[in-house]
Design a protein around this ligand. Structure first.
Ligand SMILES: [Zn+2]
Length: 262
């Protein structure tokens, strides 16, 4: 079960204990936009019911990126427009089955067979409204911008900007409560992507995991990510040893090791 936090008029974030996940809802005058759909059909259905408690308006979905916890609940909303970066669709085609298998196994190994079964049963819904660099949506009296700032947490991160509410949903470009995840990341591009987020000028930034944050938090995370990028460059150039890079990293060893492996 999740709980809604209204961060601005008609802009809500729904928080989950599982993975500290945050998904979003933007309500316009004629339609609403669901930002990410959770990690399985059960989570998606719970979210869809929760959206219906907020608004009866027709919905569209936008996926910030392809990782299962953000994209595997979409079936509960179909049929509807599903927006995402072009690379998100390609990645779901390429890795959807593998993500399903990997995460079902992890939850089973963790002693959570119910979650494992739900993930194993997911039929990923492929986005059908594809974005390259940017797109504008009109929800009826409320415009929403979808923006891609280059490879960073993935090669297809999309952020959702609600200018009239001074809010941006940043997906996993920003993490609160845990370090950024580098498994599919492009450490060299990440600081510039956060420059793009900051340049939108929004006062409130909603991470894909954790609580809402402000611009100072994003600036601080940008500085940490710039250090990670620099350490990766130094190691690649042979000017710094791997152990030294791990020691100087702002993040725990497993995270920096993942960044160095990219
Ligand atoms: Zn992610």
């Amino acid at each position: 079960m999740g709980r809604w936090i209204e961060v601005a008029d008609g802009v809500l974030v729904r928080r989950y204990a599982e993975l500290d996940l945050s998904v979003g809802l933007v309500v316009g005058g004629e339609s609403c936009l669901v930002v990410d759909t959770g990690g399985d059909a059960g989570q998606g259905a719970e979210l869809a019911a929760a959206v219906r408690e907020v608004t009866p308006l027709p919905w569209q979905v936008v996926l910030t990126h392809s990782h299962f916890d953000h994209s595997f609940g979409t079936e509960a909303f179909a049929p509807c427009a599903v927006w995402a970066h072009r690379g998100c669709r390609a990645d779901l085609v390429a890795t959807g089955a593998q993500q399903r298998e990997t995460w079902a196994r992890r939850y089973r190994d963790r002693g959570e067979p119910d979650v494992a079964d739900r993930i194993a049963a997911v039929r990923p819904v492929l986005p059908d409204h594809l974005v390259d660099d940017s797109a504008e949506l009109d929800l009826g009296g409320r415009r929403v911008g979808l923006r891609h700032f280059g490879p960073a947490h993935s090669d297809h991160d999309l952020v959702v900007h609600v200018p009239d509410a001074d809010v941006v949903f940043a997906g996993d470009l920003v993490e609160h409560g845990a370090p950024p995840q580098f498994g599919d990341a492009f450490p060299q591009g990440w600081p510039a992507a956060l420059d793009g987020v900051l340049a939108l000028g929004a006062a409130t930034v909603l991470p894909g995991h954790g609580d809402p944050v402000d611009r100072d938090f994003v600036r601080a995370q940008r500085a940490e990510l710039a250090l990670v990028a620099e350490l990766c460059r130094e190691v690649a150039a042979g000017r710094l040893g791997r152990e030294q890079a791990l020691a100087r990293s702002p993040y725990p060893e497993e995270f920096m090791a993942a960044a160095l492996a990219r």
